[in-house]
Ligand binder design. Structure first.
Ligand code: NAD
Length: 527
């Protein structure tokens, strides 16, 4: 079944058709925005942004909180739509999209003023010379957000809220696979009274995204695949448009022999199969210490076999359908490659035969190794490959043997051991006895290293990506020239040697030895 393709020419407007991947039924249509549409939207956003930036945080907060109240009021209807457009269970739409979005709306509506309060910088001994420095945070202008299909509400909506609270206007280009949810986000803010133009939703495909990158916005917040991320960074370089890249992951889970085996097994199963494994932070590789491997794998297997797979609208369903045919194909290829290289399929390992839509059975593999694509490339599907290790050092080496570095997890009852190992793992976020979920904590930064991208979203670090940080430096002594200004002389050179030897040591006592020279220089340099 082919899903979500651009089909029709309707009154000169090309359209995207959105399908339910669980049933193949069409659920709606949205415009395929052209480069001209993008230009016009960016211009509308530019025109209205200054007035929005001039509002107080309290005034901006009011709009965000009204949109939040509407999201809460419509939560069930929106969760149903998310489920239909992605194939995920309604339960996951609620728990993994609506709850974190509401939380982030509350947090950034209330905390942004404080997080963006001007900040004094301690400038050391320059402060003794009547100078002071502070940082002020100013809106960027127009922020372009390009988002994927796997969390069509939570990913873009939280960035929209952060960008708006920071005083920006936003042009959002959602995934072509989930345009209807994006239109819902626009609808919530319109009903909340947000001035037209401050949030432009441009449904479309890759060409629309490329046009947005080319539209000279002030920043691009991109979430998606590594390949597209690289294309976006390259295109953005043309105008030196700054970019945040939230890309893929191959997130490892390390289970040590002192872990709570049962809980770790449950964490692995949820971490690998929630959202049908289509989360950038999904458990993509599991490493378990040899001594507990048998017990752990047995429990993983029992938990996996107990999962119910089916249409996301059924409240008793655990695992829904995958969101698109291309992703299902990648999963099949990875599993087939692993099987051909000797992996053992303990359960799953194939497309679900009893269901009509894009379902791949939750799959557990053992006998896997790092030659296999399943352990190297992002699978982004319901597959849990489990490999054993003997020593802690070996587990860390295996976890770090990856092009990616988004999240990782370490499982142990010994918390200080967990924290020590976490610091040795190369990833943007490392969780101890937890998986996946910190994208849902509004206060903590989210982002990767290596090919998982750069820059951060969420938390204070994420908010700072959406402002220009300006340094304002003041000299209160208005009547004296600086000692390093023209003109130079033998005495000046001597004083500069003194500065090198004493002032730069940071010691006020040592600097005070320079006072006679400083006074001489002031007199020498007065006229
Ligand atoms: P994708 O790269 O195919 O598409 C992402 C977005 O980019 C879509 O809106 C798409 O239309 C747009 N796009 C495509 N070509 C473009 C171009 N040339 N210029 C500008 N925009 C363009 O990714 P996807 O398949 O939608 O999403 C899955 C990927 O996203 C996975 O790799 C996943 O790991 C990653 N992801 C990362 C995070 C994170 O926070 N790090 C979160 C969710 C998903």
């Amino acid at each position: 079944m082919s899903v979500q393709t651009i089909v029709s020419q309707h009154e000169q407007q090309r359209e995207i058709v959105s399908y339910d991947p669980g049933t193949g039924a069409e659920i709606g249509r949205a415009p395929l925005s052209s480069a001209e549409d993008v230009k016009a939207a960016v211009e509308r956003a530019r025109n209205v942004q200054p007035a929005w930036a001039n509002l107080s945080f309290r005034e901006r907060r009011r709009v965000i909180l009204r949109a939040r109240a509407l999201l809460l009021q419509d939560a069930d209807e929106i969760a149903q739509l998310i489920s239909r457009e992605t194939g995920k269970p309604v339960a996951e739409a609620l728990a993994m999209e609506i709850v974190p979005t509401l939380d982030a709306m509350h947090y950034f509506a209330h905390a942004s003023e404080n997080l963006l309060r001007p900040q004094r910088i301690d400038i050391g001994q320059y402060g003794l010379m009547g100078r002071s420095s502070r940082l002020i945070f100013k809106p960027l202008g127009v922020v372009g957000i390009i988002s994927p299909w796997n969390f069509p509400l939570a990913t873009p909506a939280q960035e929209v809220v952060m960008a708006l609270m920071a005083g920006n206007a936003v042009v959002l280009k959602p995934s072509e696979l989930t345009p209807l949810i994006a239109l819902k986000i626009g609808d919530l803010f319109t009903r909340a009274g947000l001035t037209a133009g401050l949030l432009e939703i441009l449904t479309g495909d890759g060409s629309t995204g490329a046009a947005l990158v080319d539209a000279r916005v002030d920043k691009i917040m991109f979430t998606g695949s590594v390949a597209t991320g690289k294309r976006v960074a390259e295109a953005a370089a043309k105008y030196l448009t700054p970019v945040v890249l939230e890309l893929g992951g191959k997130d490892p889970m390390i289970v040590l022999e002192d872990a709570d085996t049962n809980n770790a097994a449950r964490g692995a199963v949820w971490g690998a199969f929630a959202n049908s494994g289509q989360a950038c932070a999904s458990v993509e590789r599991c490493y378990v210490q040899e001594s507990i491997a048998h017990k752990f794998i047995e429990r993983v297997l029992a938990e996996t076999k107990a999962l119910k797979q089916g249409l996301g609208s059924d409240p008793a369903i655990d695992v829904g359908s995958m969101s698109n045919e291309r992703q299902l194909q990648i999963v099949s290829e990875h599993v087939d490659d692993a099987k051909a290289r000797g992996a053992q399929v303990l359960t799953g390992g194939r497309r679900a035969t009893n269901l009509r839509g894009l379902f791949y059975e939750p799959t557990v593999l053992t006998n896997v190794d790092h030659r296999m694509t399943i352990m190297r490339d992002e699978t982004f599907g319901p597959v849990l490959p489990v490999m054993t290790f003997k020593t802690e050092a070996e587990a860390i080496d295996l976890a770090n043997d990856s092009l990616y570095g988004l999240t990782a997890s370490v499982w142990t009852r010994n918390i200080s051991r967990g924290k020590r190992i976490a610091a040795l793992v190369h990833a943007g976020t490392v969780m101890v006895n937890e998986v996946v979920y910190t994208h849902g904590i509004a206060q903590t930064p989210w982002g990767g290293i290596k090919e998982s991208g750069y820059g951060r979203t969420h938390g204070r670090m994420g908010l700072l990506e959406l402002v220009n940080t300006q340094h304002v430096h003041v000299n209160r002594i208005t009547f004296l020239p600086d000692l390093w200004w023209f003109r130079y002389s033998v005495a000046a050179n001597k004083l500069f040697h003194g500065l090198a030897n004493n002032f730069t040591s940071g010691s006020v006592v040592r600097t005070s030895r320079l006072l006679p020279g400083l006074v001489r220089r002031l007199f020498e340099n007065r006229e």
